[in-house]
Design a protein around this ligand. Structure first.
Ligand code: NAP
Length: 539
């Protein structure tokens, strides 16, 4: 017998747990289905050494409870993965969330029945749930690429994936280690692994821009100061474009005198981390401004790396800063000055595969004890296409989105009534503080469900013309930026054959929230709210 609830939420990460809290507060019954043996989503899976958040912890934390805000004590400006996971566990226990979370439950399919206005959700162990609503809170970077190179099965050493890190940890002491990939994950783990391993070789395909994290312990004074003014800080974050809490210099980088620009960029470099992109208002919008910022970073990299060949190879070229997700690091470039660290440029001498004792490029063979893949994810849609989600008209979500995701405001898609997505494609998602954005969306969503319950609404479904218009708008906004110039996971380039469409909404969290508020105030424009079946007259 299926278990019957009001809402099935897939995913017990930050977004899913927040949805559970708020839905329960409003009296809805909820089942959160989580494939792993623990809650936490990406913060549970990405346990690789050096993993930490690159949004400040005071901002990358829930805002829904003032008491929680006051009682939790972050130890560092950018918390490490174990501390973030501990925070998530604390929240789950403090608000008694675990009793509605089904762990070790991989959803294999979900099907909507228009006659019954009901979703049926199945898991791989044969259990099922019936729910009026289905909420997809599966994350945007939760399905790793699972890269393999030929010969991997015959490799005598250990192979690890950054996003499926062994729970028992990995001992690097005295080991020869390879890291493949230099995105945020590779950049974060490089200094930490280098400090322990006998030798570290980093295989780089594309040199990445990276900004220093300027991480530091949080002092008691800073903690007290933030907590005394937390509401203002949250307000500032929600009203900043990226949800990071600071606003760009309102001038163009091009209109500022050179010496003044250098001072501003230096200040941003030393303090803002990821927010360096906001040093001036148009770094991500104007090629000339971007070139000034990109050149500044290249000079900074040059100052840090001693060896001329390595320096040249580590210098990002051919794409504007920020158009691929930059990393935020804890001494990445300086790590290549260590005797035990070497860079291999696999864009020049491609990685061909494994040997029984290591890796082989077109130029050389290397012996390793441990090979780490930090090769990224099937971003945005990978997880949403995991289970077979069948809408009301016999089409799966994967089929419907064969040419790329199409949504009304990133929240719903026509043909899939009563199904909503949190921080998915079409919303600010990975271009912003994802946690802040997910709380905005959950608030909007729960208000809508309360309205539906109060007014006897049976089905909520995105209108086809509205989602077409939203997709066009997302593209228009993307064209105002430099993002489309560079192949990246923002536009589907990380997986061969994936539709090359721009996935997130680039207009910022503040503007997006205003649109959400307007949508609600105008009666949920772009959604049909029906009290009777779809083939009956719509209200
Ligand atoms: P990523 O940014 O997609 O980087 C993947 C890296 O692996 C790139 O250098 C890529 O090279 C390389 N690569 C991919 N396939 C390869 C292959 N077959 N052979 C050799 N190299 C290959 O992935 P990520 O580092 O895991 O980061 C993904 C995102 O997760 C980040 O951008 C961020 O949004 C999030 N993240 C956040 C944090 C944080 O909050 N601190 C930490 C880690 C990750 P190419 O560039 O040439 O494709």
């Amino acid at each position: 017998m299926p278990q019957s609830v009001d809402v099935v939420v897939i995913g017990a990460g930050f977004a899913g747990l927040r949805a559970l809290y708020s839905l329960r507060e409003q009296g809805f019954s909820v089942a959160v289905l989580e494939r792993d043996e623990e809650i936490g989503g990406v913060w549970n899976f990405n346990r690789y050494p050096g993993a930490r958040c690159d949004v400040e912890s005071f901002d990358y934390s829930y805002r829904f409870s003032k008491e929680l805000e006051q009682e939790w004590r972050w130890s560092e400006r950018y918390a490490q993965q174990p501390e973030i996971l501990e925070y998530i566990r604390h929240v789950a226990d403090r608000f008694d969330l675990r009793r509605d979370v089904e762990l070790n439950t991989t959803v294999t399919g979900a099907r909507y029945d228009r006659d019954a206005a009901c979703w049926t959700v199945q898991s791989d162990d044969g259990r099922s749930w019936e729910a009026k609503y289905l909420l997809l809170a599966m994350g945007q970077l939760s399905t790793p690429k699972n890269t393999t190179y030929p010969g991997q099965d015959d490799f005598a050493g250990q192979v690890c994936y950054s996003a499926r890190w062994p729970r028992e940890g990995v001992d690097f002491e005295g080991k020869r280690v390879a890291i493949i990939g230099t995105g945020s994950s590779g950049v974060q783990m490089t200094p930490v692994v280098a400090a322990k391993a006998k030798q570290l070789t980093v295989f780089q395909r594309t040199a990445n821009y990276s900004i220093p994290a300027a991480n530091a312990p949080v002092s008691d004074e800073e903690d007290a100061q933030v907590k005394a003014h937390y509401a203002e800080r949250r307000d500032q974050a929600r009203n900043s474009p990226s949800g990071l809490g600071f606003k760009p210099d309102p001038r163009s980088a091009t209109e500022v005198p050179e010496d003044e620009r250098e001072v501003a960029l230096e200040k941003a470099w030393n303090r803002l981390g990821f927010g360096f992109a906001l040093a001036f208002k148009d770094i991500l919008l104007n090629e000339e401004s971007n070139a000034l910022a990109s050149d500044f970073i290249r000079r900074k990299i040059a100052e840090q790396v001693d060896d001329p060949w390595t320096r040249e190879k580590l210098t990002p070229k051919g794409f504007p800063f920020g158009t691929r997700r930059p990393a935020v690091d804890g001494g990445y470039f300086k790590t290549f000055n260590r005797e035990n660290v070497r860079l291999v440029d696999i864009s020049e001498t491609p990685l061909e595969g494994f040997t029984p004792t290591g890796l082989r490029t077109s130029a050389e063979e290397f012996d390793f004890d441990i090979v780490i893949y930090a090769t990224g994810f099937d971003a945005f849609t990978g997880s949403l296409f995991g289970p077979e989600i069948m809408g009301g008209d016999g089409q799966t979500l994967k089929e419907k989105w064969a040419d790329g995701p199409i949504t009304q405001m990133g929240l719903g898609t026509a043909g899939f009534p009563n199904m909503f997505i949190i921080v998915g494609p079409g919303s600010p998602s990975l271009l912003a503080n994802v946690l802040l954005s997910s709380e905005d969306q959950v608030d909007w969503y729960v208000d809508l469900l309360v309205k539906a319950r109060d007014e006897g609404i049976r089905e909520i479904e995105a209108r086809p013309e509205a989602e077409k218009a939203w997709n066009a708008y997302v593209n228009e906004r993307a064209k105002e930026t430099l993002y489309m110039q560079t192949p990246s996971f923002y536009n589907g380039a990380e997986i061969p054959g994936k539709p090359r469409v721009f996935m997130p909404y680039s207009g910022g969290v503040r503007h997006y929230r205003r649109l959400l508020e307007k949508c609600a105030a105008d009666g949920y424009t772009g959604f049909d709210l029906r009290k009777a079946r779809a083939d009956a007259k719509a209200d």
